[in-house]
Design a protein around this ligand. Structure first.
Ligand code: SF4
Ligand SMILES: [Zn+2]
Length: 118
């Protein structure tokens, strides 16, 4: 069971706000947008991947206490390939090689047309 980081009240998984202390738990009032929160005095940025690689341009950097985009330094940005099914991997490969596949298809079609005309 989830609990409020401020008052430890029990929370529903999709709670937007703590029913006891009114702490905001999700961003923009939407249950699908997580709002990450610093624990203690240290800002989230100090342990965020986007601060480490200097790609964050949020104005609250480097002192963010809450953030919707926070990513742990240890968290991978790409899906864990071994956990994907063969079909998901194939879909991922096809999406990332769309240009090459279209070009190869065009060349194959041209070759077929030339062979059929002879
Ligand atoms: S994404 Fe958020 S937590 Fe990460 S560096 Fe930017 S402001 Fe800080
Ligand atoms: Zn609370």
């Amino acid at each position: 069971m989830l609990s409020c980081p401020r008052c430890q009240a029990s929370l529903e998984p999709n709670a937007i706000q703590c029913p006891r202390c009114q702490l905001t738990l999700k961003a923009h009032g939407h249950p699908g947008i997580p709002l990450y929160r610093a624990e203690g005095e240290e800002s989230l940025c100090a342990i965020c991947r986007y601060d480490a690689d200097d790609t964050c341009n949020f104005p609250q950097r480097p002192h963010a206490q809450t953030c919707t985009l926070y990513r742990s330094l240890n968290q991978s940005l790409t899906p864990d390939l071994p956990s994907l099914t063969l079909r998901e991997r194939l879909g991922l490969w096809l999406r990332s090689h769309r240009g090459g596949i279209a070009l190869a298809s065009l060349l194959l079609l041209s070759l077929l047309i030339v062979l059929v005309q002879q």
